[in-house]
Design a protein around this ligand. Sequence first.
Ligand SMILES: Cc1ncc(COP(=O)(O)O)c(C=O)c1O
Length: 381
Amino acid sequence: MPASIPLSRPDITQKEIDAVVDVLHTSTLSIGPRIEQFERLCAKVAGRRHAIGVSSGTAGLHCAMIAAGVETGHEVITTPFSFVASANCALFVGAKPVFVDIDPKTLNIDVTKVAAAITPKTKAIVAVEVFGHPGGMVELEQLAQQHELVLIEDACEGFGGQFAERKVGSFGRAGVFAFYPNKQITTGEGGMIVTDDDTFAHACRALRNQGREGMAWLAHQRLGYNYRLSEINAALGVAQVQRLDEILEKRRQVAHWYIERLMTNRYLILPTLDDETHMSWFVFVVRLNDLFEPGERDEVMRELRAEGIGCNNYFPPIHLQPYMMEATGHTAGDFPVTEYVSARTLALPFFTGMTRKQVDRVCDVLEKTLEKTLMERKGRF
Ligand SMILES: Cc1ncc(COP(=O)(O)O)c(C=O)c1O
């Protein structure tokens, strides 16, 4: 049996290990020079004036909701096709997530359907760049301006990407990145809020640090949280972001190997790209086409896993998660494009050091499995 291929894997070199060990030789393990350096580097990646390091992408979105003034009674427009944190952040502050169905090409919120969802209670839009795709952000920024809404860019999956001349993280009032180990760069756990707005940045700095606005340790000007990122995590982040060009180039190569191999496959729909979209590749997600029935994607996943190939069903619809159905009253059928896409998407192994040989093996097994799944269905009827 050939070696298994994981769904994702961080890319850690001796440079990162040395950076972390260096911190451990100091007595400053939190609130020190590494977080400041990491913030400066991330601000540059996003083309923003401020960057505020936090303990996770979720913590960043929570702070962004509070800094944007979202509270009980407000509505927040967002996508049902994402990781749950992009909708949960509305619930954290007592607001209601209002879902808008997605564009089947970009898999991001369908910008043509957003205006109809705006009510007098709408305060913000949390726009997710799903799988790192920045499609629709320019239009959402205009719409948010027209309707005086706060646009928060959930850029947790898009660190280092670009749309035309605009960097991912530069749209709307603020952007949020995440650095979990499956992301383009990692800090173990971590996140980053980026913004050009001084007041917003000031609020986020206080919110992540127990509501402190100055240096006094026991003076708390507002209700805050401990969402700080340690020096150990930040040192790892600095070493990773200094390798960003190399990391993104390697990931681009892996994505192109997949595209080259799978573009002629008659059962798959590959990510839709255009000339203006410069992807920072986070994952490689394919969609089974109409020849497949929804449940068959899960059969394909089982077969791949049995062959030692990591894969996952990114993403199940958020509005159908049990707690979200309870909170919003949504049921199956409410967002047909999301539900259709969700039943057919399949994330394949994708990581920085992936080799062409590994990509070929994933594609060989996938192609064989797709044929077999259809043949077995024919055999059943
Ligand atoms: C779109 C999106 N938003 C938010 C998050 C939350 O980030 P974290 O896991 O760092 O809290 C993630 C993480 O996967 C994400 O993909």
